[in-house]
Ligand binder design. Structure first.
Ligand SMILES: [Zn+2]
Length: 232
C-alpha cells in the first residue's frame, strides 16, 4: 500500500472511530463477552442468588456482559449469569436480539433485587441464575442451575390455576395474561426471541398445557439429567 493511501486509510479509520464514539454507538464485538465468576462478582451474588446452600460450584457458572436495546431504541449494558453449558448459546441469542433491535428493557443480575424473583419480574427484568430447590424436593430448579432464562418478565407472566384460584407472577403482570391483546414485549410464536431460543434447543413455557410461563425458556429435562445426573 502506498504511503499516501495508507495515511488516507488511517485518517478515515480515525474519523469513523470518532463518529462512533460521538454517537455513543458501542462496538458490539468488545461488549459481548463471557467470563468466569470473579471474586468481585462472587461478592455481589454470595448469600443472594448464590445462596448458602447452593449445590453448584462457581465453576458451573458464567457471567455474560451484553448490550440490549429498549423500546425507544436506546442501547444499554446488560449482565446475566448462566450455566457454563449454555453460556455461548445465550450470548449468541442476546447478540442477535441486540442486532435486530429487539426490545429488552432490563438485563440485570437478580442480586440487584435481593435475589427476589417477584421484585425482579415486577421491574420487567430479564435474568437466569437464581439458586433454589424445587419446593419440597432436593432437586435444584432450572433457574437454580442457570439453565433457564426469563425475558421481559412483567409483560410475559407466569400463571397457573390451583384449586380454582389463578396465580400470577409477577402479580402486576395480570393485565398481560390476555395473549390476544397487542402490547409491547409480548412473546408468542411469531416472536424473534421465541425463534432464537427454540433454535438453540430451549423449550418455551408458553407452550406448556398445565401452566403458562410466557417469559421462560429452558433446557429440556432429558439433557439436564445427562449434565447433572445427581440432581434428583
Ligand atoms: Zn423462568
Amino acid at each position: 500500500m502506498g504511503r499516501v493511501l495508507l495515511a488516507f486509510v488511517m485518517a478515515a479509520a480515525l474519523l469513523i472511530g470518532t463518529a462512533c464514539a460521538e454517537s455513543g454507538t458501542p462496538d458490539a464485538d468488545s461488549e459481548f463477552w463471557i467470563s468466569g465468576i470473579t471474586d468481585e462478582l462472587f461478592e455481589r451474588i454470595q448469600g443472594k442468588s448464590f445462596k448458602e446452600d447452593c449445590t453448584l460450584s462457581r465453576e458451573d457458572l458464567r457471567y455474560l456482559h451484553v448490550l440490549h436495546v429498549d423500546l425507544d431504541g436506546k442501547t444499554h449494558t446488560g449482565e446475566m449469569i448462566v450455566n457454563y453449558h449454555i453460556a455461548e448459546d445465550v450470548l449468541e441469542i442476546l447478540r442477535q436480539l441486540y442486532e435486530a433491535k429487539y426490545p429488552i428493557e432490563k438485563i440485570r443480575l437478580v442480586d440487584e433485587y435481593g435475589a427476589d424473583d417477584e421484585l425482579s419480574m415486577e421491574d420487567n427484568n430479564s435474568s437466569s441464575f437464581n439458586f433454589r430447590f424445587i419446593s419440597h424436593t432436593t432437586m435444584v430448579s432450572k433457574h437454580g442451575l442457570g439453565l433457564a432464562v426469563d425475558i421481559n418478565t412483567l409483560y410475559n407472566p407466569y400463571t397457573k390455576t390451583v384449586d380454582g384460584e389463578r396465580i400470577v407472577e409477577p402479580i402486576t403482570g395480570e393485565p398481560y395474561l390476555d395473549r390476544e391483546a397487542d402490547f409491547p414485549y409480548k412473546i408468542d410464536h411469531d416472536d424473534l426471541c421465541f425463534r432464537l431460543f427454540t433454535e438453540h434447543g430451549f423449550e418455551w413455557g408458553g407452550d406448556w398445557e398445565d401452566r403458562k410461563d410466557y417469559q421462560h425458556f429452558e433446557i429440556p429435562t432429558a439433557l439436564i439429567e445427562e449434565w447433572y445426573p445427581s440432581n434428583q
